[in-house]
Design a protein around this ligand. Structure first.
Ligand code: AMP
Ligand code: ZN
Length: 120
């Protein structure tokens, strides 16, 4: 737990969020400012600020977050149409919350960001 981290506060139920999934290692909740009809944030319970702070021992945790993304996408019926999973790291990516998280986005056709260099 990091004292002034909003995602740690959500994990500890000090701050409200619409939690859609949780287990011993991860919590998933609705993004407060959704960029798509489905926009879920998947966070590890462990406070890791950015992808750059990952350590060797976190490899299974990062894998687990993707398994959670898979599960949540299934629960929200996104398997057929597809979805996107994004991790922002640092200033150029626009990271604003420094507790590692996966964005799970879907529910509409998403822009081809790699090809066109645009946002989601
Ligand atoms: P990032 O730019 O990758 O750091 O994304 C942080 C995301 O957290 C943004 O999409 C915000 O809309 C979202 N966010 C910020 N505060 C909250 C909150 N209290 N509950 C849910 N989502 C939040
Ligand atoms: Zn945190």
């Amino acid at each position: 737990m990091s004292a002034d981290c909003i995602f740690c506060k959500i994990i500890d139920r000090e701050l409200d969020a619409e939690i859609v999934y949780e287990d011993d290692h991860a919590v998933a909740f609705k993004d407060i400012n959704p960029a798509a009809p489905v926009h879920i944030l998947i966070v590890p319970r462990k406070h890791i600020p950015t992808l750059l702070d990952l350590e060797k021992e976190d490899e299974s945790l990062i894998g687990h977050l993707h398994t959670v993304a898979n599960k949540v996408a299934g629960n929200l019926n996104l398997e057929k149409k597809g979805f996107r999973v994004v991790i922002n790291c640092g200033a150029d990516a626009g990271q604003i919350v420094f507790h590692l998280h996966l964005h799970l986005l879907g529910g509409r056709p998403l822009l081809q960001t790699m090809a066109k260099g645009r946002g989601v």
